[in-house]
Design a protein around this ligand. Structure first.
Ligand code: URA
Length: 193
């Protein structure tokens, strides 16, 4: 599994399939531990990720870690993290359709190698990459969908959105995220039985 992932990473390092190949500092292949439990798919690398080559290392990533830790998940044990694209879009704009299309085979290979039981679609860009719907993240978060390789797939809010919405009141985005991650824990436990 590690060698297979490494081979895909090497392909990405040489990739010039879209214009982001010219502007990136580093490709951002993944973070966390390769495993068949939980894969979180975010949007795209930001400034810190482009510099370090690791997904979700900025403020949003730190919040994500806290959310995982609240239910006993962690990058060190059962979470593997990647994004819909491997290179940072200039000024952190949303990935363009052609960038997502060019990059998708790499993500598909990661999915094929790991076959995660649970896939978390983090934010609207990941949501629309996997679900053909015109319903937004606010409607679909917290719901389970059937994903690739028999996985269970759930859209969740992006942590950057939670950083902009600090309230913890019942019904607030942070409160909803807390419900969702607990539901993910329940599904994780039922799949491991
Ligand atoms: N936001 C994302 O969606 N992905 C990252 O890797 C970092 C920030």
């Amino acid at each position: 599994m590690f060698e297979e992932l490494d081979a895909v990473r090497k392909e990405c390092e040489n990739c010039q399939k879209c214009a982001l190949g010219k502007t990136r500092t580093k490709i951002v292949f993944s973070a966390g531990t390769p495993n068949n439990k939980i894969m979180l798919i975010g949007e795209a690398p930001g400034f810190n990720e482009d510099q370090t080559g690791e997904s979700f290392v900025g403020r949003a990533g730190q919040l994500l870690d806290k959310i995982f830790e609240s239910v006993g998940f962690s990058r060190k044990t059962n979470v593997y993290i990647c994004n819909t694209i491997k290179c940072r879009p200039p000024n952190n704009r949303d990935p363009l359709p052609e960038e997502k299309t060019a990059c998708r085979p790499y993500l598909d290979k990661q999915l094929e190698i790991l076959k995660p039981k649970i896939i978390l679609l983090c934010g609207k860009v990941a949501l629309t990459s996997f679900l053909d719907t015109n319903q937004g993240i606010t409607k679909l978060r917290g719901k389970w969908f059937d994903g690739p390789y028999g996985s269970k797939m759930m859209p969740i809010f992006h942590p950057a959105y939670l950083l902009r919405n600090q309230s913890r009141a019942e019904g607030s985005p942070k409160w909803l995220m807390w419900q969702d991650i607990q539901e993910v824990r329940r599904m994780y436990d039922s799949l491991s039985e």
